[in-house]
Design a protein around this ligand. Structure first.
Ligand code: RNT
Ligand code: ZN
Length: 417
């Protein structure tokens, strides 16, 4: 049976439940995923005085073919994007600036250092998002940045963050879609602190200074990302969930929830509805923690599906900004992007192919038997047939055939580096 025939059959099965599959496909087409550039080079970046990755995050593996120039990274991204259905965004970090071999301190970075990225984004019809980089730098060696006791160090990072918001604004203006500029800092302590308050007070003051500078929200949206622990900050993280949740609510900023930044039995899927009741927009870093914040490639697991359901059934596709955040150097990096992003899209599609309104109604009526029965039965509905049709329609490889393209790219490009 052809993809089309399978699709027609699947469509009938869903239509019985009032799901308009053609409409679902139209909706899905317009949901952008922000693809993180840093999977392509193990969070390396292109700084002239490149330092080792720090900040309590870590990439393991040494799969060959890592991108080491902006041209290579963009070529790899283009390859991955050609295997992923839909129009998406690329998420950059300050360390991916292009400075023509010159040393440019992070607090001196300007839009011009991202001109090539912007031109490339225009050519490829992509939006761009941004992150200041507050790690892999001598001024972050103490494991403290915006909350550092030393004022000079704090000022340096404050200025870097202000400059970053302007770079985000530049992206938004040039590309006609607002950039999300997300601040994540590694600040914390390995061992039990004797004072939890003072560093948090300093972080609060630093953020106030960063956001005191006017940047047009039409072009740039600010987000803050919390964390529960990192390597070397096991006992205390200054920018905890409660810290940023309160900060964001009071100051009208976006909270960014990274799925690897909570206690192991705590789920981001269960947080989305609460967040949406109190703020217009919410940002996500979809990642996969395995026993810890390990940043494994996103798979189509129960939590990913639940996150997608929470976005879809709460009608929040334009309120939740979906970004990815994983870095695995033990497998082909183009494949890592492709697998992770396709899975995110699959999860959204599968969430749209559920009679969400009817299931809500059953819950309201207290009919938990039918609720459970249907939720389970829908797990084996022919979602794969719709996914295959969607890939074909969007002009990207169907099923695992994308892997052949990655293998060829590996032979022709990656292994020759
Ligand atoms: C670290 C945070 C952060 C980084 C990126 C590189 O734990 O998740 O988002 O992964 O900024
Ligand atoms: Zn993250």
């Amino acid at each position: 049976m052809s993809i089309q025939e399978n699709y027609e059959l699947a469509k009938k099965a869903y239509e019985k439940w009032g799901i308009n599959v053609d409409e679902v496909i139209e909706t899905l087409k317009n949901v952008p995923i922000s693809i993180h550039c840093w999977q392509g080079d193990d969070v390396g970046g292109f700084e002239v005085n490149q330092k080792e990755l720090s900040g309590g995050i870590s990439v393991t593996g040494n799969y060959p073919g890592k991108a080491s120039t902006p041209e290579e990274l963009r070529a790899d991204l283009e390859k991955a994007l050609s295997l992923i259905p839909g129009k998406h965004r690329v998420n950059l970090h300050a360390i991916y600036a292009e400075t023509n071999g010159e040393v440019v301190e992070r607090d001196q970075l300007e839009p011009k250092h991202f001109e090539n990225w912007v031109n490339w984004a225009k050519e490829n019809g992509l939006g761009l998002d941004y992150n200041p980089t507050l790690f892999s730098h001598p001024k972050a060696d103490d494991g403290l940045t915006l909350s550092h006791p030393n004022e000079e160090i704090r000022e340096f990072w404050i200025n870097h963050c202000i400059g970053s918001r302007k770079i985000g604004e530049y992206f938004g203006k040039e590309l006609g879609t607002p950039a999300l500029t997300n601040i994540w800092i590694p600040d914390g302590y390995k061992d039990i602190p004797s004072d939890r308050l003072t560093p948090r007070k300093r972080l609060k003051e630093s953020l106030d200074k960063i956001f005191a500078v006017e940047v047009d929200e039409k072009y740039n949206l600010d987000a803050v990302e919390s964390k529960v622990f990192g390597l070397g900050s096991e006992s205390y993280v200054v920018g905890s969930h409660e810290f940023y949740l309160n900060y964001a609510m009071k100051n009208d900023k976006l909270c960014l929830l990274d799925t690897g930044h909570y206690h192991p039995t705590e789920t981001v899927s269960n947080k989305i509805s609460s967040m949406l009741l109190f703020s217009e927009k919410l940002a996500l870093h979809v990642s996969r923690p395995v026993r810890w914040d390990s940043d494994h490639v996103v798979i189509l697991d129960d939590e990913l599906k639940e996150i997608a359901l929470e976005i879809v059934r709460n009608d929040a596709l334009d309120r939740v900004i979906i970004g990815l955040d994983f870095f695995d150097a033990s497998i082909n990096r183009v494949a890592a992007w492709t697998i992770g992003t396709r899975n995110m899209i699959k999860a959204l599609l599968s969430a749209m192919l559920v009679p969400n309104e009817y299931l809500k109604q059953l819950q309201e009526e207290g009919n938990f038997t039918e609720r459970l029965a249907l939720m389970e039965e829908f797990k084996t509905y022919p979602f794969g047939a719709v996914w295959d049709y969607y890939c074909e329609k969007m002009g990207v490889p169907v099923k695992e055939s994308w892997l052949e393209e990655v293998k060829a790219y590996e032979q022709e490009v990656l292994l020759k580096r």
